[in-house]
Design a protein around this ligand. Structure first.
Ligand SMILES: [Zn+2]
Length: 264
């Protein structure tokens, strides 16, 4: 798989905006020189459990399958204790993927592959450098009061905007690996927190259409919604469901699905 196969055009545009921010290259160089990403390496070792063929053979086997399909260098896989359904990936030189226990308990193995493929999609699109920096800004902003959101707000908001767009590319990767229908089930589980969602996977897509219409109905609605979501790192779940529903009808999606089937 190539990054261009899954890269959402709004993701590509937003990352360009970040790269055009004055001084961003100096900031990244300084950040990498500080070796800050190693803090996550240490934290993972300290508080999570690494998934290997010995510790979690089924999950690790599924993970290796996904890594091969996406075609990236195998990152480390960790599992951490959190009932919230979640997963994340950070690291530029030593990349890892972490899955919450809530995610493993709520998703079946095929859906778990979709969630892992989403994270692999971030790595394929080279999102992890910016994701790690963004996470560090958030951490520094809340922990060390001398670096706060207002000081870094232009960079922070541009990165949060990009972050939301980057999720659309990662969703495409997940859907390409397990199929759009399975991936919609994951989004329904994320929205509801329920284990059984197979009956209402179209519901989120329909809600997405209603949400878009709601925002378009008035300037006030749009301003309200945009001002709430500008600090979000992820797009709203119904928007993600709708975006995928649109992409599934594209030639690019069908072509990618066929290539993956042929390679298997
Ligand atoms: Zn993501």
């Amino acid at each position: 798989m190539k990054a261009k196969d899954i890269m959402h055009p709004e993701d590509a545009k937003a990352i360009q905006t970040i790269q055009n921010i004055k001084g961003i290259d100096k900031f990244i160089r300084m950040y990498m020189n500080m070796g800050y990403e190693s803090v996550y390496r240490g934290e993972n070792m300290a508080n999570m459990i690494q998934a290997t063929k010995e510790t979690f053979p089924e999950i690790y086997g599924a993970f290796q399958e996904v890594v091969n399909i996406v075609g990236i260098r195998e990152p480390k896989l960790y599992i951490y204790n959190d009932p919230v359904i979640n997963a994340f990936t950070y690291g530029e030189t030593d990349t890892f993927i972490a899955l919450s226990s809530g995610m493993i308990e709520h998703l079946d193995i095929e859906e778990l592959k979709g969630a892992m493929a989403h994270e692999c999609g971030h790595i394929l699109c080279k999102h992890t450098l910016y994701m790690t920096i963004l996470e560090t800004i958030k951490y520094a902003g809340t922990f060390f009061k001398f670096i706060n959101y207002s000081l870094l707000s232009p960079i922070f908001l541009a990165m949060q905007y990009w972050s939301r767009k980057s999720e659309l590319s990662a969703d495409r990767c997940g859907a390409a690996v397990v199929g759009e229908e399975c991936y919609q089930r994951i989004l329904a589980k994320l929205a509801s927190g329920m284990k059984h969602t197979s009956k209402f996977t179209r519901e989120l897509i329909e809600q997405g259409k209603s949400y878009v219409a709601f925002k378009r109905a008035s300037l006030w609605n749009r301003v309200q919604q945009e001002s709430r979501s500008m600090f979000y790192s992820h797009p709203q779940l119904c928007v993600r469901a709708l975006e995928l529903d649109r992409w599934k009808d594209s030639y690019a999606y069908r072509e990618l699905i066929n290539t993956i089937k042929l390679d298997k």
